[in-house]
Design a protein around this ligand. Sequence first.
Ligand SMILES: [Zn+2]
Ligand SMILES: [Zn+2]
Length: 258
Amino acid sequence: MRQAPAPLRHLRKHLSRLLLERRCLACGAPVRGKERGLLGGRLCADCAAALARREKGFCPRCGEINAWPALEPSPCARCLVAPPPWQRFLFHGVYEGMLRELILRLKLGGELPLARLFGLLLLEHPELRELTAGLEDEEPILVVPVPLHPARLRARGFNQVLELARPLARPGFRLEPRLLCRTKNTPTQTTLHLDSRRRNLRAAFSVTGDTRGQRILLLDDVATTGATLHETAEALLRAGADRVDVLVLARTPLPNRS
Ligand SMILES: [Zn+2]
Ligand SMILES: [Zn+2]
């Protein structure tokens, strides 16, 4: 076979390098061979460290971040008195630093490839597998992203929560983006306390499908007071859901730490 001319050979070499080379989903830097173990080679070592999962120092029922990052998860005062309507609360990290920056780049900057990174981070949560354990022959868990109001969806063009739910469409889970809809367009009032936020959100969601006897994994990007999750979980349980678990990408830190 005749050898290809030098520029073509060079192009081929360059192309194959581009195709084989993995770039970090968070910062775009090439991921070197020895780093391949981090999120399947999708994150560089620096970003993997900055985006590590919070493993301790929070309330396991509502994710409230406490001031002691090395403390084994222990229930907060509020959950001891009035436990939330969901069973498990799984989250990836604290809403600060690189995780916060990337979430804002997705939500405000429309960088949709970041949703895939977030979905993969969520998928790595060790307790996620426990939820589907023993469910092989049963109905899958319905993954329900917290919806945006249609007006806000039109303005933004996408629901970031639905985008980060997509990698979760795996055996044992079924994505149900239309089960829940938001009927009231409430402004984001992050400064309000849980009770005031819940009053604002009353009757803001309705269940539009059959949830009777179903297990549901409610998904949101950021949990601040948990008011949205309380309202949506209660709406799903009122509509007959058997059990609701919660999966959240980021939990806001204590007000005095931010
Ligand atoms: Zn990186
Ligand atoms: Zn709690």
